[in-house]
Ligand binder design. Structure first.
Ligand code: IMP
Ligand code: MG
Length: 186
């Protein structure tokens, strides 16, 4: 399989957000977050693995305040561009969240099912507050009521890869966000 555009990996159609656009938006998101959380907050950034690791790494380094980080394992896609509809969550890595101000740092919100389940699980662990920060939001795809508190970019209903996001575990290491060639998903 060969890519029609020189410089892009096979299976990738076009760059949607380049490195500069992402970096500038992550900086302003971090400023908004720092302004909203007071010094008294015990801010825990909780990242669902694996897609959010790149966004987490960049965002946390822009936050000029004390934070801790924590992880959950979330999976719903397998080797497809369609969610299975039943997101699985493994919470055993997330640590003690009681009394914490939890900010979920997510790569992308699609149907919203993963975050709906995750937010409920965090609340049930006694968090003082729960908010959601996503780099990418596809509001047209939502099937449950879920409004993120911080959104990097609203995007159309394209399957995207790069900057941590994968298709069948590939393309996470691209430094930009790109649209997957629909033929590559067949
Ligand atoms: P949701 O539960 O349908 O909102 O799906 C959320 C998760 O599905 C995200 O955290 C991603 O891991 C994955 N996902 C959704 N859309 C995309 C996409 O366009 N590219 C790559 N992964 C995606
Ligand atoms: Mg994710």
């Amino acid at each position: 399989m060969s890519s029609p555009i020189p410089g892009l990996p096979a299976g990738v159609q076009r760059v949607l957000l380049d490195e500069g656009q992402i970096r500038r938006r992550v900086e302003t998101l971090a400023q908004e977050i720092c302004a909203d959380y007071g010094d008294e907050c015990r801010l825990v950034l909780l990242a669902p693995l694996k897609g959010s690791v790149v966004f987490l790494a960049d965002l946390m380094r822009q936050l000029a305040r004390p934070i801790t980080i924590s992880f959950v394992l979330a999976s719903s896609y397998g080797n497809s561009t369609e969610s299975s509809g039943v997101p699985e969550l493994q919470m055993d890595m997330c640590g003690d969240l009681s009394g914490a101000d939890v900010l979920v740092v997510e790569d992308i919100i699609d149907t919203g099912r993963t975050l709906q389940r995750l937010v409920a699980a965090i609340r049930s662990r006694g968090a003082a507050s729960v908010k959601v920060c996503c780099l990418l939001d596809k509001p047209a795809r939502r099937v449950v009521e879920l409004r993120p508190d911080y959104v990097g970019f609203e995007i159309a209903d394209d399957f995207v890869v790069g900057y941590g996001l994968d298709f069948a575990e590939q393309h996470r290491n691209l430094p930009y966000v790109a649209v997957l060639d629909p033929d590559a998903a067949r």
